[in-house]
Design a protein. Structure first.
Length: 104
């Protein structure tokens, strides 16, 4: 499994990928707990995408930088630019539909 942990110090480097998805989550977020295994499974299956997690409870500056208002929020990046946003708990089928918007 290749899920990277983002901080304010390394997020720019992590986003230097053709395709990246960042899961902005918090320690006390129930929907984040539901999303985590789905997100981890996708990271195992889709090697062409860099999967990143960012704990905005521990790094509030990161949440502010990306204007995160609710948790979980997924931002989808193509060549360092946000191309799609999604939020809330989701199953694999729903996550795949969001990933399709990133890739196509």
């Amino acid at each position: 499994m290749a899920v990277y942990e983002a901080t304010s110090n390394n997020v720019d480097e992590l986003l230097k990928a053709d395709y990246a998805v960042v899961d902005f989550y918090g320690d006390h977020c129930g929907a984040c707990v539901v999303l985590e295994p789905v997100y981890n499974e996708a990271s195992n299956d889709l090697a062409m995408i860099r999967f990143i997690k960012a704990n905005v409870d521990q790094d509030r500056d990161l949440g502010e930088r990306f204007s995160i208002k609710a948790l979980p929020t997924l931002l989808f990046f193509r060549n360092g630019q946000v191309v799609h946003t999604a939020g809330g708990a989701m199953d694999r089928k729903m996550l795949n539909s969001h990933i399709a918007k990133l890739l196509y």
